[in-house]
Design a protein around this ligand. Structure first.
Ligand code: FEO
Length: 170
């Protein structure tokens, strides 16, 4: 069992992960509209990852005998100034998510909820990767924006990203 407070916090994070998926899907649609199909693919894969993060929270809540409570998903931003602007948003968003995960860990520790703390450690590690990946992509896009065919080359690179379902654990 998890406490009522923890149940509420886990459901809130489930919603935040779904929102992240929605946000990256909006970014994907923005790139589709600007004919950068590789960038659109990168964001679509990112969106799929976020939905899988949301499902990890869903499954954990069920596993602990708590109640999944789905709430409204906020409407995401739909327009950006440039590819660099989009990736700056990705990095800042991932930093916000890292903060949310850290707050959840703080709550688990406060409540001596070792199971939830253990569950959350996957996300602690994942956020290190998420921030690194966003930061690397932002650096590439910044560099590419300075060269005449830069965005074209990065578009081709981003087009090769594939979604790999995480099968190691749910
Ligand atoms: Fe689920 Fe990108 O954090």
């Amino acid at each position: 069992m998890v406490s009522a407070k923890m149940e509420q916090a886990l459901n809130k994070q489930l919603n935040a992960e779904m929102y992240s998926g929605y946000l990256y899907l909006a970014m994907s649609a923005y790139f589709e509209d600007t004919d950068l199909s590789g960038f659109a693919n990168w964001m679509r894969v990112q969106a799929q990852e976020e939905l899988s993060h949301g499902m990890k929270f869903y499954d954990y809540i069920v596993q602990r005998g708590a109640r999944v409570s789905l709430s409204e998903i906020e409407k995401p931003q739909s327009q950006w100034d440039s590819p660099v602007d989009v990736f700056e948003h990705v990095l800042s968003h991932e930093k916000v998510v890292s903060g949310l995960i850290n707050d959840l860990v703080d709550l688990a520790i406060e409540e001596k909820d070792h199971s939830t703390n253990n569950f959350l450690q996957w996300f602690v590690a994942e956020q290190v990767e998420e921030e690194e990946s966003a930061s690397d992509a932002l650096s590439k896009v910044k560099l590419a924006s300075k060269a005449s065919n830069g965005l074209f080359l990065v578009d081709s690179d981003f087009g090769s990203r594939v979604y790999t379902p995480d099968t190691a654990d749910k």
